[in-house]
Design a protein around this ligand. Structure first.
Ligand code: PLP
Length: 454
C-alpha cells in the first residue's frame, strides 16, 4: 500500500529537517567521533536511524530534552529502564542521600533483609540475588539452572532477546522450503566462535508440541522465556499457552525461567503473576531500580536448596556467577525506593489507563487511514505492527517488520517531538505520561500516515 519510493522520499526529507534542527547534536557527534567508536559511549546509541545521534541534555519525567533544546515526549523511556519516568524525584533523593554513606563495599548493606522481604512479597518467590543488569541476571540464572539440575541444555523461543547472553542467540532459519527450519547461531553475533546450537534448542512461541519435543529427552535444564515476547515486535501468548509451558516443564523436570524485564509493564507483580504462572526463576532488570544499573533474580526454596547443594559440592574457587559491584548499597537502596515509592499500584493505575487511551487512539488512527496494522498491548506497553493479525510467533513477527517504513515513521515522529523505541514500534507510558503526550503522538502519527498514503 505504501510504496518504497514514498517511504524513501519521506525519509530523505525528514533527515534533512533533522539536520537543520540539530546543529549542536551534529557538532557533538563530530567531537564524539574523535574518541568513541561510532562516536558514542555504546555503539548501539548510533543505531537509532537519525542522521546523527540525539545527544541528551536532560531527561525528566516523561520528557527528554536534546542538546539542541528540543523537548520530546518520550515513549521509549530508555527501552523500559525509565518505565517509571526519568529520574523520579523520590529515587533521586534516596540515591543522593545514600551516595554519601558508601557505594560498593562487597558486604551486605544493612537494608538487604528489608529488600529481600519486599521482593518476596511483591513477586511471590522466597529467595533472591542481585546482579548489575538483566543480562547478567539471566546469565547467572542459566548457570545456576545447569548446576542445580546437572543438565547441559536450555530452550529458547525463536526471536527472543534476554540481553547479551550468548546462550540464547539461536534462531530458527529456513532450511530449503516447505516451511522447514533449522537452528542457527544468530549471524549478527560478533566474535562468537562457539556453535551455540550445541546446547541451545529453539522452538516457536505458542507451539506446545515443539516445546514438548525439545524437552522430551530430559536433558534440558531450563526454558528461558518472556511471558509475552517484546523484542521481535510483540507476540502475546495464546490462551493456555503459558500454563501448558509450565506443565510441560514440570513434567520434564525442567526449570522455567521467566524474564519479566519488559513485561513488568503488565502490572505491579509482572505478567506471569497476573496470569497465575509460577516461575522457578524470575528475572527483573532495567526499571526495577528506576534505571540505575541493578537487576534482581528470584527462585523457589526448593531450587535454592539445589543451588546450595551444587555450590557446596563444587571445589573451592570461583562459581562463575556474580560481579564485584553486584548487590552494592546504592542498588539496594534504588530497588527498595522503586518498589516502595515509585512502582506503586497507584502509579500502575495511571500508566495502564494512559496506555489504554494510547491503544484506543492508535486503533482509531489506523482505522481512519484504512490501514490494517495491528496494535497489541501489555499493560503500559503498546506496539503497532505492520500486519493485520497479531503475530503468533517470532517468525510471523519478523515477517511483519519493515525496517525502512519503521525508520521513516520514527524519524517523522522525532522531528515532531515524539520519541518511540527504535528497532520496532514500542511505546511505553510512565506514571507522568499524560493526555497531552498521547495526543501529540497520535497527531504526529496520523500526519505521518497522511503523507505516506498520499
Ligand atoms: C526481556 C529482556 N531481558 C533482558 C534484557 C537485558 O537487559 P540489559 O540490557 O539491561 O542487561 C533485555 C534488554 O532489552 C530484555 O528485553
Amino acid at each position: 500500500m505504501i510504496s518504497p519510493s514514498t517511504i524513501r522520499a519521506l525519509h530523505v526529507r525528514e533527515a534533512q529537517r533533522f539536520g537543520e534542527r540539530h546543529p549542536r547534536c551534529a557538532a557533538l557527534a563530530r567531537a564524539g567521533a574523535q574518541h568513541f567508536l561510532y562516536g558514542v559511549p555504546l555503539h548501539w546509541m548510533s543505531d537509532w536511524g537519525t542522521p546523527t545521534p540525539v545527544f541528551v541534555h536532560e531527561a525528566q519525567g516523561a520528557h527528554l530534552t536534546c542538546a539542541d533544546g528540543h523537548v520530546h515526549a518520550d515513549f521509549c523511556l530508555a527501552d523500559t529502564a525509565a518505565m517509571f519516568g526519568h529520574s523520579p524525584p523520590a529515587l533521586a533523593q534516596v540515591v543522593g542521600e545514600r551516595a554519601r554513606h558508601g557505594l560498593g563495599t562487597m558486604l551486605p548493606g544493612e537494608e538487604a533483609p528489608a529488600l529481600g522481604a519486599l521482593l518476596a512479597q511483591r513477586f511471590g518467590l522466597p529467595l533472591w540475588q542481585l546482579a548489575l543488569s538483566a543480562t547478567d541476571a539471566n546469565r547467572f540464572c542459566l548457570r545456576w539452572a545447569r548446576a542445580a539440575t546437572g543438565r547441559p541444555n536450555i530452550v529458547v523461543f525463536d526471536g527472543c532477546y534476554h540481553g547479551t547472553v550468548d546462550d540464547v542467540f539461536v534462531d530458527l532459519v529456513d532450511a530449503g522450503g516447505a516451511g522447514a527450519t533449522v537452528p542457527r547461531t544468530r549471524a549478527s553475533l560478533l566474535g562468537q566462535v562457539v556453535d551455540l546450537t550445541a546446547h541451545t534448542r529453539v522452538v516457536e512461541f505458542n507451539d506446545l508440541p515443539a516445546l514438548q519435543r525439545a524437552l522430551a529427552d530430559g536433558s534440558v535444564a531450563c526454558v528461558i522465556a518472556e511471558p509475552a515476547m517484546t523484542n521481535v515486535g510483540m507476540v502475546l501468548p495464546q490462551d493456555g499457552f503459558l500454563q501448558a509451558v509450565r506443565a510441560a516443564c514440570t513434567a520434564a523436570g525442567t526449570l522455567l525461567l521467566i524474564d519479566e524485564t519488559h513485561t513488568i509493564s503488565a502490572g505491579p507483580g509482572g505478567y506471569a503473576q497476573a496470569h497465575g504462572i509460577d516461575a522457578d526463576l524470575l528475572v527483573l532488570g532495567k526499571a526495577i531500580a528506576g534505571g540505575l544499573p541493578c537487576a534482581v533474580y528470584g527462585f523457589t526454596a526448593e531450587l535454592g536448596a539445589r543451588m546450595r547443594a551444587a555450590k557446596d559440592a563444587a571445589p573451592p574457587g570461583h562459581s562463575g556467577i556474580g560481579t564485584t559491584l553486584a548487590g552494592n548499597m546504592l542498588g539496594l537502596a534504588a530497588v527498595r525506593a522503586t518498589l516502595e515509592q515509585i512502582a506503586t499500584p497507584l502509579a500502575y493505575d495511571h500508566m495502564l489507563a494512559t496506555a489504554e487511551r494510547l491503544d484506543a487512539g492508535l486503533r482509531a488512527v489506523l482505522a481512519r487511514h484504512r490501514l490494517d496494522w495491528c496494535v497489541s498491548r501489555i499493560g503500559a506497553r503498546c506496539e503497532f505492527q505492520f500486519c493485520a493479525t497479531p503475530p503468533r510467533n517470532g517468525r510471523e513477527a519478523r515477517a511483519a517488520m519493515d525496517d525502512d517504513l519503521e525508520a521513516a515513521i520514527h524519524l517523522y515522529l522525532l522531528n515532531r517531538g515524539v520519541l518511540i523505541t527504535p528497532f520496532h514500534n514500542m511505546m511505553l507510558c510512565c506514571p507522568v505520561t499524560g493526555g497531552a503526550e498521547v495526543d501529540a503522538l497520535l497527531q504526529a502519527f496520523s500526519a505521518c500516515l497522511t503523507e505516506l498514503l498520499g
